[in-house]
Design a protein around this ligand. Structure first.
Ligand code: MTE
Ligand code: HPA
Ligand code: MOS
Length: 771
């Protein structure tokens, strides 16, 4: 897919990730690959061995072995001992009390990582162990929360539940997930003149890292520059929690006057950083004979860990997705943000949405099994109607009109392309013939709300320079974590100027170029930064068009054309670079910034009503599995996906996101199991005990297609966000496993997530939920 030709437009065409050749040749520079400045020191953090304890004393006198340059505890922080993103509660170093096993207590900077580690363990820290809250039920009992409980409701659920012809209730436990980005958390900080600090950080949120470094050092933001070339994956784990790493590096750099690198190894990364939130769900649902939901009462107990971090926004998103694609005429969704003495849980692809969505999908599955109806039929009966069809079944439980619902069409198409019906018949036949192996299948939909639910965050900036040779350099607020954001934004900007893709170069994200940015998160990187970059490029193009029009006098500026590397104003044409050079000589500015904010969105938190999302992204997946009923082992045999990305900016990147998201979602719900012991110590902190999906877990028959449509809203190129929604397609694997268990003779199997082989075996034996 080489594209050096001057053929434009480049948007809408499949092309490789802009760094693909670097990725595959090992020459892409990650933070750890940056050539370290002379005298660079290495940091190590001493972790709390207790989930909850009073810190009685810290004696660091033994730490100063040869090669150690600094030892820091909470009292050595010049500014505020706090790296929380929104509220408070995330100290750099524990002060007086430790609230989870793995919390940082002190840090050492030394000439090697081995010396730093050895020195840190020479500290004498006295603890008095205290009772710990280790699950949501205990937190609820003690009323210990990291935020206020929150309720979203519509209609009168209690009354409608009473009058419903059918009613069932149940519970579901949903496990968390470690991000397992290939590149762990890391930062490299260097001190400069006049108190300035520069930090290379593997973060999705450079502006927040900048701000927090300034806060811990008690210096203004303008003395701090944070830079990100790329991350080796973030998945939400570097939205807020890269800050601690960067702040430790910056504090030690300031204290020693040397460059300091702080890199967590895999075990420390898994122990010290937050994960996807585990949930406990309780539901009570009333429905008619067709399985159409009349009322739902859902309780979500969210395991937030020891601080708020982003938990309140994440718990909100779980509530927003408690409907998935289904109209709920009467509903009440209640959320408790439970405090536990565990690492503070954080953003993870889907940001609470997956847990909310799995819950309602499980409920739908229950309804179908209760009524002995086909689950896909019950799903269809409950779909939101498209607004233009019937307005009365197209408003969410939080008062947002669903104006773009295409899920019924996606379901129809996928059902055909995957031969769903005939495969169900095939499964019945297979199961009748096989006493031990049983197959199951599930087709599940996704509707995911696009926008940060905190309206303020939906803004972005960009800075575009056109150099005299006609090459374009650009910077925007977004960060690259493998998702292809820079590729898409380059495509968009190349098309504004009508130049080939490789004439556009995106520099490392840098807080000194575009300020006050939002995290690259909520799947909105391209929506926000693509629009901002497009606006900046249009400003320069406008100046060039006016200049070109003046040169010929043939046409007005708006009729000047930019295509195939040429600029044409009526009778006259220039190569883009010729016109740029001419414009420069005529003193026309060739640099501009751009800004974008998402229109239409608002959220009234007190009323729990509004339009938190600009639009929804949709998709559906069918997965077919086979289960060994003697052992609980299973295999995903085939997955078919039809996913909506609006008008695709880059189908190759989009399909990559869809496939990757699906596999990551399936991993969350099958093999990835986090396990803490009775003292709250995480025992699954390495790939030896925590199993992420590998190549062998990808279904041998895997078919992904893009839904042919465009965004009805005015997004860049009429595209839709793609980063997170496909993760929830993995729910099809979980429910296919449940289906196989049901077909094996357990009519209403209880299956909690993750559905490990052990969990599947328990479900087969009729006691799925209990451990
Ligand atoms: N894809 C890759 N390869 N690596 C990542 O870390 N993060 C996901 C998704 N896809 C991620 C990824 C998450 S959690 C989000 S929010 C989006 O990418 C962020 O990028 P975008 O907004 O540009 O889609
Ligand atoms: N999604 C992802 N990240 C976020 C959000 C959100 O809605 N809000 C704040 N950070
Ligand atoms: Mo993604 S969880 O919004 O970083």
């Amino acid at each position: 897919m080489q594209d050096n030709a001057a053929k434009t437009p480049v948007t809408g065409k499949a092309r490789p990730h802009e760094s693909a050749p670097l990725h595959v040749t090992g020459t892409a520079v990650y933070t750890d690959d940056i050539v370290a400045p002379a005298g660079c020191l290495h940091a190590y953090v001493l972790k709390s061995p207790h989930a909850h304890a009073k810190v009685l004393s810290i004696d660091i006198s033994a730490c100063y072995i040869p090669g150690v340059h600094a030892v820091m505890t909470a009292k050595d922080i010049p500014g505020v001992n706090e790296v929380a993103p929104v509220f408070t509660g995330d100290p750099v170093f524990a002060e007086g009390e430790v609230l989870y096993a793995g919390q940082s207590v002190l840090a050492v900077a030394a000439e090697s990582i081995d010396i730093a580690r050895r020195a840190a363990h020479l500290a004498k820290v006295e603890y008095e162990s205290l009772p710990a809250i280790l699950d949501v039920h205990e937190a609820l009992k003690q009323q210990k929360f990291v935020g206020d409980p929150y309720v979203m409701k519509t209609g009168d659920a209690a009354a409608a539940l009473k009058s419903a012809p059918h009613r069932i209730s149940g519970t579901l436990d949903i496990g968390g997930q470690d991000h397992f980005y290939l590149e762990g958390q890391i930062a490299l900080a260097t001190p400069h003149e006049n108190g300035e600090v520069h930090c290379w950080s593997s973060t999705q949120h450079p502006s927040e890292v900048q701000h927090l470094i300034a806060k811990v050092l008690a210096i203004p933001d303008h003395l701090v520059t944070v830079e990100v070339r790329r991350m080796g994956g973030g998945f939400g784990g570097k939205e807020s929690q890269a800050s601690l790493i960067a702040c430790v590096a910056a504090l030690l750099a300031r204290k020693t006057g040397r460059a300091v690198k702080f890199r967590l190894d895999r075990d420390d990364d898994m122990i010290m950083t937050g994960k996807r939130h585990g949930f406990h769900i309780k539901y009570d649902v009333g429905f008619d004979a067709q399985g159409r939901i009349q009322a739902m009462d859902m309780l979500q107990l969210v395991d937030c860990g020891m601080s708020p971090d982003l938990s309140n926004a994440i718990a909100d998103r779980a509530m927003f997705h408690a409907d998935n694609c289904y109209y709920l005429p009467h509903a009440v969704v209640t959320s408790y943000r439970c405090f536990t003495h565990k690492v503070s849980n954080t953003a993870f692809r889907g940001f609470g949405g997956p847990q909310g969505m799995l819950a309602i999908e499980y409920v739908i599955d229950d309804i179908a099994r209760h009524l002995a109806l086909a689950p896909d039929a019950v799903r269809r009966a409950n779909f939101y109607d498209a607004m233009h069809a019937r307005k009365d079944r197209a408003v969410t439980h939080y008062g947002m009109d669903v104006e773009d619902c295409i899920i019924a069409d996606i379901f129809d198409r996928l059902e055909k392309s995957s031969a769903y019906k005939s495969r169900v018949a095939g499964i019945e036949k297979f199961n009748a013939e096989n006493p031990v192996l049983k197959r199951g299948i599930a087709m599940t939909p996704v509707k995911f709300g696009i926008s940060f639910t905190l309206t303020m965050l939906n803004q972005a900036g960009a800075l575009v320079h056109v150099y005299k040779d006609g090459s374009v350099q650009l910077n925007h607020g977004g960060t690259e974590m493998g998702q292809g954001l820079h590729t898409k934004v380059s495509q968009i900007v190349a098309d504004v100027f009508g130049i080939p893709f490789d004439r556009v170069r995106i520099t490392a994200t840098n807080t000194s170029k575009v300020p006050n940015t939002s995290a690259t998160a909520a799947s909105s990187g391209t929506d926000l930064n693509g629009k901002a970059a497009e606006a900046a490029a249009h400003t320069i193009r406008g100046r060039l068009a006016e200049f070109a029009a003046q040169q010929t006098g043939d046409v007005p500026p708006q009729d000047v054309k930019f295509a195939d590397g040429m600029v044409t104003a009526g009778s006259k044409s220039w190569l883009f670079r010729e016109l740029v050079n001419l414009a420069y000589m005529n003193r026309i500015s060739l640099s501009a910034n751009g800004f974008y904010k998402t229109p239409k969105i608002f959220w009234d938190r007190a009323a729990a009503k509004g339009r938190p999302f600009f639009y929804f992204a949709y998709g559906a997946a069918v997965s077919e599995v086979v289960v060994d009923t003697l052992t609980g082992e299973y295999k995903n045999l085939r997955t078919d996906i039809l996913h909506d990305v609006g008008r695709s900016i880059n189908p190759a990147i989009d399909i990559g996101q869809i496939e990757g998201g699906f596999v990551q979602g399936a991993g969350w719900l099958t093999s990835e199991e986090l396990w803490w012991d009775a003292k709250g110590i995480l025992k699954t902190h390495a790939p030896s005990t925590y199993k992420i999906p590998t190549g062998r877990d990808i279904p041998p028959d895997f078919r992904t297609a893009l839904y042919d449509g465009e965004n009805i809203e005015d997004t860049v190129y009429k595209s839709k966000a793609v980063g997170e929604p496909p993760l929830m397609l993995g729910i099809s694997v979980f429910l296919a496993l449940r289906d196989a268990v049901a077909r094996a003779g357990v009519p209403m199997p209880k299956l909690s997530a993750p559905a490990t082989p052990e969990a599947v075996l328990r479900a087969l034996n009729g006691h799925g939920g209990d451990i």
